[in-house]
Design a protein around this ligand. Structure first.
Ligand SMILES: [Fe+2]
Ligand SMILES: [Fe+2]
Length: 167
């Protein structure tokens, strides 16, 4: 089955975006490790793995529909990593940006009457609701805690990590 080229282009771009997000989360995980916040570090390592799986899921779909996968280079990690709050705030911005990108794919699929991709992308639309919600919750926690109560955030994150993730 062939899907319209504008949709293929968007999907290839999103593979790069997801791998880019994975790369950013990897840098954030390393930064938290450096700060001695091991649970936050673990949380971001896990986020990174998930983004990589997202990229792979889209890549598999492009292959499945018989279109050409076009990989791009991954940009150097970006975002303010000066404090736990700035890291989580960058992460939330990234998730909001990914939500815009996913919505754009849905819009392009609809505009091109590509209902297969429109259906495929629903999983990502739902996933983004969860991702933005989780990251907002984490930002609230970090803001509430301030610099002096980050260990309490670590305890809460440890509980979040104990729940097996769906994706
Ligand atoms: Fe993702
Ligand atoms: Fe994400």
């Amino acid at each position: 089955m062939m899907i319209p080229q504008p949709v293929v282009d968007k999907l290839n771009q999103q593979i790069a975006n997801e791998f880019g997000a994975a790369h950013n989360y990897l840098a954030m995980a390393c930064r938290f490790d450096e700060l001695g916040l091991k649970k936050l570090s673990e949380f971001f390592f896990r986020q990174s793995d998930e983004e990589r799986e997202h990229g792979r899921k889209i890549l598999d779909y492009v292959l499945e529909v018989g279109a050409l996968v076009k990989l791009q280079s991954t940009p150097e990690p970006s975002g303010d990593m000066s404090s736990p709050k700035s890291i989580v705030s960058s992460a939330l911005e990234q998730e909001k940006e990914v939500t815009r990108q996913i919505n754009e794919i849905a819009a392009t699929a609809e505009a091109n009457k590509d209902f297969a991709t429109r259906s495929f992308i629903n999983w990502f639309i739902d996933e983004q609701v969860e991702e933005v919600s989780t990251m907002s919750e984490l930002l609230n926690l970090v803001e509430l805690a301030g610099d002096s109560h980050l260990l309490q955030v670590e305890m809460r994150v440890a509980k979040m990590l104990a729940v097996p993730h769906s994706s």
